[in-house]
Write a protein that binds this ligand. Sequence first.
Ligand code: B3K
Ligand code: ZN
Length: 856
Amino acid sequence: MRDAAPKTIYLSDYTPYPWTIESVDLHFTLDPHATRVRSVIRFAPNPAYVEDPDAPLPTMFLHGEKVKLIWAEIEGIPVDATITDEGLTTAVPSGPFTWEAEVEIDPANNTALEGLYMSNGMYCTQCEAEGFRKITYYPDRPDVMSVFTVTIEGPHPVLLSNGNPVTSSKHLAKWHDPWPKPAYLLALVAGELISHHNTFTTKSGRKVDLNLYVRPGDEGKCAFGMEALKASMKWDEEVYGREYDLDLFNIVAVDDFNMGAMENKGLNIFNSSAVLASPETSTDMNFERIEAIIAHEYFHNWTGNRITCRDWFQLCLKEGLTVYRDSQFTSDMRSAPVKRISDVIDLRGRQFAEDQGPLAHPVRPESFQEINNFYTATVYEKGAEVIGMLKTLVGDDAYYKAVELYFTRHDGQACTIEDWLAVFEETTGRDLTQFKRWYSQAGTPRLSVEESFELDTLTLTFTQHTPPSAATPNPEPQVIPIALGLIYPDGTEALETRILEMTKAEQSFRFTGLEDQPVASILRGFSAPVVLTHNLSDADRAHLLTHDTDPFNRWEAGNMLGRNAMLAMIREGTAPDPAFLQATKAIATDETLDPAFRDLMIGWPGPSELATVLHEAGEVPDPEQLFEVSEEMRNAMAETFADAAPEIYARHNVTEPYQPNAEQSGKRALTNVMLAFISRHSGTATAQKQFDNADNMTQQISALSQIVRHGDGAPALAAFYDQWKDDRLVMDKWFGLQVSCSKPEEAAATAQRLTGHPDFNHKNPNRFRAVFGALAAYHDAFHHKNGAAYTLLADWLIILDPLNPQTTARMCSAFQTWKRYDTDRQAKILAEVDRILATPNLSRDTTEMLTRIKGA
Ligand code: B3K
Ligand code: ZN
């Protein structure tokens, strides 16, 4: 229900909870529509809150939503409570006391997928951020940590909760988690599940049982996830000295899930798309994502669970750090440059767009209405960039020393960003006051550089400026670590990477003793999340493209050449730049380079990134024109690669048994780009052959997309459907592909047609996102001037909101870039936003998102 006046919560209002909780006992008696939850909770006055232990305590408030109270007692005496939609208030004794209660909940009708709900006959939970209050009455806030014992009664063969099993008999299981935790980490699973089992021995010799629980039929998709888990456990011991702390680690795959996965203590719950993998059904990208998510959730055991957040404003404390840790892991397991480049592409695509629009907020927001709306690219990805900058500034040794101090000092606590920064200040003696602006200021800093060279001295003068936003009207200069190298005209290195620490609005750095004027390679490794303006000539960029020793900046030089080529086509109507085409071909055919890196080097900015760049420059992007120039570039590339593409394709086509490793997936990525050129230039015979012979999803689906784009897609789509109709994860791909391979003017109609398909189920977030995520991500289609995609998405958001506010609200971000476009498109988007906002009883989640998107 929409509140009459939605409440805004402020970071500055934080106060500790008046009680601590010594222990929590929960007893679940499962029933689809009438699950009973009995709770026994031991409260004691919190010394951090009450100055005078004899002073009367305030009345107690417990969160509780959509729970039916059957009875409640304090110290055995029935409670006289005031109950609202948000919780319960009652008088309590002044000393320690025991609360006992029984409530009833309805998991089968819980379509929001928050709290206890059912998915394909199986019970599961999702409690972060504020879902526990839909299970029972409780102080549902992360700074209230306690030891939980959970008993589950139900007719299911598998009954799971956090921690270690205490007793288990037919239809009853008791679990105890010795580690104090906030309620958001509680988990329960019950169902007919099959375990894929393995073990891991920790560095101190503790043998840990590992289980991956899946639905019958999915047993063949567990091996990769299990290996990824073991690799993560080993990596965290080796790199961060973190050992696992229970005898058991369980992962459960669930089909209906609002996000990727959840780090519940000892019982991670995963969207099946984020854990189930097999060569036949998963692409290389799926494998890489699964490995990263398994690592991410596992790493939360220390960064999130053992040390959690004091309040939800501190979300980046666990998420930024854990994303940073999982990116380190992927870099170590695969190719570090490829990982860095992909992360930056993603950051620019999602986080920079967020910062550029009405949803801009600091890494640590200062207010919210619905915390689920703040699981954003800014909190996660920019939050990780901030950790990376800190490490760059203090150096590797100091970084690991500070993190070690953080682990020892704060184990078992609910912490803040201040606690995190303090360990760095103490370890290094640095004052991080200014650095902290990265947490408190919204917006992407613009960094520009002027160069002057005299005799043997190069002077670089940097200026920084962050555009004001509603969240941060008066941004101040940030600490920017600028990784710099210098390359002489003959291609040799004049200066190895060094870190310039910029703290002022304008700052100069001098480099003397140079033999010749070098080309500056600035922001190596993308050392700070800023927009850099460096007016290099195309010749200098080509020089860096060939000679830079930093792989990121090598890629960036090519990326900027591509961007300039695209901008010239847009602004001046020129043909695709032959120099860019040839430089791309030279890299793609350079057999000394890693195929994965070559694959990345063949790219050029897509329509969405170009729209960001044009908006930044004060121009209005025209989606139709962006589509046309992108097509023109693809045609020119296909022509340029007319001879090379079949050669590269033949040379790198992987025929050995499928392995999801970096080496093979790099080759498949490269050959699939070549397949796109071949199909565009010479038709789909090669693609059809690849489609017919493929023994893995990467090759099958990339061939299918070429056939749909450039040939007669219907028979191949039908064959694919027949082959995979019983595999829901592959069917998600089938749905998504048809939208993204449609012509821009037809994609909305395709999506609409697909919503009528018997296999479309809007209640399943994966299927909903397969269709509408694909539509929203397809720039030229989503923003087609006919406005059909805006209307269709709005229609379906109105349908989904009463069922699943979280997924609805998240999808609303498709509208966040509305201000970039012409007045006609703006009006069309705003009309849809208003239409959704006018829906009676719109959720708090969606209301907040759309109100912010519209702006003041
Ligand atoms: N911590 C969870 C995200 C919970 C989202 C709640 N809306 C997964 C993760 O970041 O690891
Ligand atoms: Zn996380």
